[in-house]
Design a protein. Structure first.
Length: 589
């Protein structure tokens, strides 16, 4: 194998100095450290051009992975260069494998064992780039920011009271693009309340989903508990935040706990017709004070009447709803529901994209309406609703109750194990609970939109973001960087700072071609010089015994054209007649 010539111009074939390797390697940990800082301290990137960001991230990852592979390749190249020019012998296969490894080029020629370094370098490059992709690719995340919204305040409940079911006698109301808001909840929001009462029980035992009583198109997931009424009304501070996905806050409210029974001894009865088509419903309830409860219903007969009677009492915290029903609704007759209102804190979670509201009860709290004006007014609405929605032919409220009862039977009593009375009470409880919750929410919305009785509440807003990289991949990148730096340091110590590293690059094809060309020129010139001397010797006469030619001196050494020629006098003709001949011994210097 021909060795590279020593006289080649170093500035044409010079590689980067050994000190360049640490610079290449340390740039990677610098990047990894920066990325790790972003991940740990939560530096976030918000962008709408996600596809462009991903493309850029992959390009950067490939470049950063190339730094790892290049650092290892330089270590291999420098090590082989030191060994090659230091006189270490190489086979053509092993040298080719080292060249392919340092240049990160796959070449399938040669024995399979020499392919392992090449494959290892290729795998390292792929793994490094892949890890970098995970370390710098933006991933979906979220952060929480603080803001304030307006919620109902119940410090002033002046407008929350019972208003007559008469024209021009209703409570304060307002119509806005967000909906119709009124303090006459039981008479002005009848349609919404009946829908809520009839759908209070889901026939498939799923979580109940029901809309708010407004035009905001928000839907409660499960019970509303009468809170969350300001959602979509006074939360523009949240909706104006870009990429906000939802928010949550706490709000005071009442948890309505309803229990229904059959009170067979109730004194509440539907009376005789007097005058024509007018039927009085009267009697005492458990919380009646002073006088009987009295109201009048219309009908062709008492069969279609469903009267929900509620005592107007300031003395009882517990509220009662007594029902007297005609023959068409006999399952509801003599039912009695107690409604206990427990003041609590509630967590209200709002999903902006799906317009969903989820309410979770928290701990009990002090009563924010000690006179219980709110709860008394809410329960009184059942009497107004039952009276207004009973006509000559049917009771709309009674139909709503029966619809909930039928749904309960479908959902919970498919095998008929529960009695009809039990099913009736459970379905009725669900209807009364759902309607009470919605009426509480309606009064809360009226406080906000009509009475302007509000208070500020801090909310936690969840903002959708993109965070740079994942911690696991960032740690993997840091480990790769540490291993690479350790390899550089170890190699620098072993080679004493790459001392003696030649400027010649045996991996450079241009350098190899030029070296081969120049070496071939000198070899050809040496061969021509040797042949020239041999021709001269062939023309010299053979000397006789004792003859000494003047052209050649025994032991003479001639140097020229890179060749060393030694003159030796040897016996001619096999030494038989004493003649001498000149022998030239030529070798490359």
């Amino acid at each position: 194998m021909y060795s590279p010539i020593s006289g080649a111009e170093s500035n044409e074939y010079e590689l980067r100095a050994p000190g360049e390797v640490p610079r290449q390697v340390f740039s990677a940990p610098k990047q990894a450290g920066l990325l790790a800082k972003w991940s740990v301290f939560g530096t976030l990137l918000i962008t709408t051009t996600l596809s462009t960001v991903l493309v850029v991230a992959h390009i950067i990852a490939v470049l950063l992975g190339l730094i790892h592979a290049s650092a290892v390749a330089y270590l291999v190249q420098y090590g082989v260069s030191l060994a090659f020019f230091g006189g270490t012998s190489f086979t053509t296969h092993s040298l080719r494998a080292m060249i392919n490894t340092s240049t990160q080029r796959a070449n399938w020629k040669g024995p399979p064992r020499y392919m392992l370094p090449v494959l290892g370098m290729s795998v390292l490059s792929l793994i490094s780039s892949g890890v970098w992709v995970g370390a710098i690719t933006p991933v979906e995340s979220s952060t929480v920011v603080k803001q304030t919204v307006l919620i109902p305040s119940y410090d002033n409940t002046t407008h929350i009271k019972e208003y007559p079911s008469e024209i021009n006698q209703s409570g304060p109301s307002d119509m806005a693009k967000e909906g119709h808001f009124t303090y006459s909840v039981g008479t002005k929001l009848l349609g919404n309340l009946i829908v809520i009462g009839s759908s209070a029980t889901t026939p498939d035992n799923s979580t109940r989903r029901h809309p708010k009583i407004d035009n905001t198109q928000y839907i409660y997931e499960g019970r509303s508990y009468g809170v969350g009424s300001a959602v979509g009304l006074k939360d523009s501070a949240v909706s104006n935040i870009s990429f906000a996905t939802g928010y949550r806050y706490t709000e005071r409210g009442y948890s309505a706990d309803v229990e229904c029974i059959y009170n067979r001894s109730t004194a509440l009865r539907i009376g005789r017709e007097f005058p024509s088509r007018i039927f009085a419903v009267e009697g005492y309830l458990p919380d009646s004070t002073g006088s009987r409860q009295y109201s009048e219903y219309v009908g062709h007969s008492p069969d279609a009447i469903v009267a929900a009677s509620v005592t107007y009492s300031d003395d009882s915290i517990r509220r009662y709803v007594g029902i007297a029903a005609g023959e068409s609704y006999r399952a509801l007759n003599a039912t009695q529901c107690t409604v206990d209102f427990t003041p609590r804190l509630f967590n209200v979670s709002v999903a902006l994209a799906g317009r969903n509201i989820t309410v979770t009860p928290l701990d009990e709290t002090d009563d924010f309406d000690p006179p219980r004006n709110i709860t008394r007014t809410v329960v009184r609405q059942f009497e107004l609703i039952s009276n207004d929605l009973t006509n000559f032919y049917e009771s709309v409220l009674g139909n709503a109750f029966l619809s909930s009862i039928r749904a309960w039977n479908i959902s919970y009593n498919a095998n008929g194990a529960a009695t009809e009375e039990f099913a009736t009470l459970r379905g009725l409880e669900n209807s009364v609970t759902a309607m009470a919750d919605s009426m509480l929410a309606a009064y809360g919305a009226a406080q906000v939109m009509v009475g302007n009785f509000t208070e500020e509440r801090e909310v936690d807003i969840t903002v959708e973001t993109l965070v740079i990289g994942q911690r696991a991949y960032i740690i993997a990148v840091a480990i790769l960087n540490a291993l690479t730096v350790a390899a550089v340091i170890e190699e620098a110590i072993r080679t004493k700072g790459w001392r003696g590293l030649s400027s010649q690059d045996f991996t450079d094809s241009e350098w190899l071609l030029l070296s081969g060309y120049r070496g071939g020129q000198e070899a050809a010139e040496s061969e021509r010089y040797r042949l020239h001397h041999l021709n001269n010797i062939q023309r010299k006469p053979v000397s006789k015994p004792g003859f000494s030619t003047s052209q050649f001196s025994p032991g003479e050494v001639r140097v020229g054209m890179g060749l060393e020629t030694r003159v030796v006098m040897v016996p001619a003709t096999g030494g038989r007649d004493g003649r001498m001949a000149v022998k030239l011994s030529t070798r490359v210097k």
